[in-house]
Design a protein around this ligand. Structure first.
Ligand code: NAD
Length: 499
């Protein structure tokens, strides 16, 4: 048992008896899987609580979803952009109206706190509204030329059928930042959420459909990647795939798709926080705790390596351990918890495996135990773990763990910190804690990372600013979010119009 503050916060099991079944949405119909199979979505805080029953779709269901999207494309493409935008706005209103129910379901299916789940749904509605506006002002360009009778300009056209494939950690905001720009620019969609948290994505699809999307425009399908993955990624009729998930899965998909399919892959990270000797140490501890342990370390931008200057390592570590010992761990439905359960049994196994590796290769300072007892039995709870004396070659310094594990690495200078921070195959997010303006300036240039944070956590990004990684954290094609998020879903035509 961890010596972190343990509370009896077990929520009552909800609707253990009656499990709601949720269907696919294909070609305008709410349908069951062709082979009649389903799978259950358990609550990671309390696995007897089944949040919903979903379709274990067959590849034939997936192919029908792709066909339906292809059939709907010409008409949706010609629908006036103001009408497309109005549907996004209506869906945002529906999501806002149901935010309490939706947030509770998100917490039950994924484990994050109710406050974070609520924020995620509000952010989702905000994303739909953002693209309703931005999508209406996306334009081409007009080019000067020597012939006064000719106008040369570009048109931005939708691509066609887009597959949207998403993970469980932000089960509604990540789908929204793909689906909203795809729809407003006139594409049709096949959307497959993660089987580990499909209900929040279902709620997003349901709101968009209730808001008036024509049949076939947005097709929602659940099932295993092995079964339906190839059907929604490999056919050349799929003109684009926007995927968020692990680097291994993203790479596999990229290698299997048609030459003409555009891909946007948002993948893993091994995000560093550098703590300089002139940093406000309490603030730096705050950045490490929030970046490393919010969402139980299950954010792609979560802090996993803390590179601390030699002069302050002992003091920083002392304060960090004290803060982490005081964290409250329990169900996301209970008020005042600092960290919830891991999202799945697979996550639990992976995290415990890395903690065992860390204990062999580094100095274990605190945490990393499977929590048991009142409030924890039946849930995937692990106490936040801290390792020190970590060196560059160790697995816990190199591999994405995606759990509540911080690796402290001592550094001797700013140059040493940058060299170690950049010594990774990933490049998603990186932060520095410093009070030196020169270092702040240099860091933005020196760090190999798509997101750069100065005196801010590695986690968190705006919906109106570009987001994506470098190296093996993203395909180096198109950024998500913000105005740039629209570009991926359109192609350019150049028109020479004579008199
Ligand atoms: P995952 O790769 O296992 O699965 C992601 C999604 O892809 C799921 O819906 C899954 O069913 C589907 N999938 C997997 N293989 C597929 C295939 N061959 N064909 C079609 N679909 C396939 O990832 P996960 O465990 O759900 O999420 C955790 C990972 O996601 C971490 O590596 C994390 O860093 C990453 N992530 C990245 C970002 C980002 O923006 N860069 C954001 C969140 C999570």
């Amino acid at each position: 048992m961890s010596n972190a503050a343990i509370q009896d916060v077990h929520p009552p099991a909800e609707s253990v008896a009656a499990i709601d079944e949720f269907r696919n949405h294909i070609g305008g119909e709410w349908t069951r899987s062709a082979r009649g199979k389903t799978f259950d979505n358990p609550n990671p805080a309390h696995t007897r609580d089944i949040v919903g029953r979903f379709q274990a779709s067959a590849s034939t269901d997936a192919s029908r979803a792709v066909e339906a999207a292809a059939l709907a494309f010409e008409s949706w493409k010609r629908t006036p952009v103001s009408k497309r935008a109005a549907i996004l706005n209506r869906a945002a209103d529906l999501l806002d109206a149901n935010v309490d129910r939706n947030a509770r379901e998100l917490t039950r299916e994924m484990g994050k706190s109710l406050a974070l789940a609520r924020d995620e749904f509000l952010r989702t509605a905000q994303t739909l509204r953002f693209y309703a506006v931005e999508g209406q002002s996306l334009t081409g360009e007009v080019f000067p030329n020597d012939d006064n009778d000719t106008t040369v300009y570009t048109l931005r056209e939708p691509l066609g059928v887009v597959s949207v494939i998403t993970p469980w950690n932000f089960p509604v905001s990540i789908p929204a930042r793909k689906i909203a720009p795809a729809l407003v620019t006139g594409n049709t969609i096949v959307f497959k959420p993660s089987s580990d948290a499909p209900l929040s994505g279902f709620r997003l699809a349901e709101a968009l459909i209730a808001a008036g999307l024509p049949k076939g425009t947005l097709n929602f399908i659940t099932g295993s990647a092995a079964e339906i993955g190839p059907a929604i990624t490999e056919p050349p009729v799929i003109r684009a795939i926007s995927f968020t998930g692990s680097t291994a899965a993203g790479e596999k998909i990229c290698r299997s798709v048609a030459f003409t399919t555009r891909t946007q892959m948002e993948l893993g990270g091994k995000n560093p926080l550098i703590v300089m000797e002139d940093a406000d140490l309490d603030h730096a501890v705050d950045l490490a705790v929030k970046g490393g342990f919010s969402l139980a370390g299950q954010a792609c931008t979560g802090t996993s390596r803390v590179l601390v200057m030699k002069q302050v390592r002992i003091e920083f570590t002392k304060r960090l351990v004290a803060r982490v010992k005081a964290m409250k761990i329990g169900s996301g439905l209970a008020a005042g918890m600092d960290m919830g359960p891991l999202a799945t049994e697979r996550q639990l196994e992976t995290v415990l495996r890395y903690i065992a590796i860390g204990k062999r290769e580094a100095t274990h300072l605190y945490g990393g135990e499977r929590l048991a007892g009142p409030g924890y039995d039946g849930g995937y709870y692990v106490s936040p773990a801290i390792f020190t004396d970590v060196t560059q070659t160790m697995a816990i310094a190199r591999e994405e763990i995606f759990g509540p594990v911080l690796a402290i690495i001592e550094v001797e200078s700013y140059a040493d910190a940058i060299a170690k921070a950049n010594d990774t195959e990933y490049g998603l997010s990186a932060a520095i804690a410093t009070s030196n303006p020169k270092i702040m300036q240099s860091f933005a240039n020196d760090i190999q990372s798509g997101t750069v944070k100065i005196n801010r956590t590695t986690t968190g990004n705006l919906i109106n600013a570009p987001f994506g990684g470098l190296k093996r954290s993203s395909t180096s094609t198109f950024r998500e979010s913000g105005r740039t998020g629209l570009e991926f879903y359109t192609q350019t035509k150049t028109v020479y119009r004579g008199a």
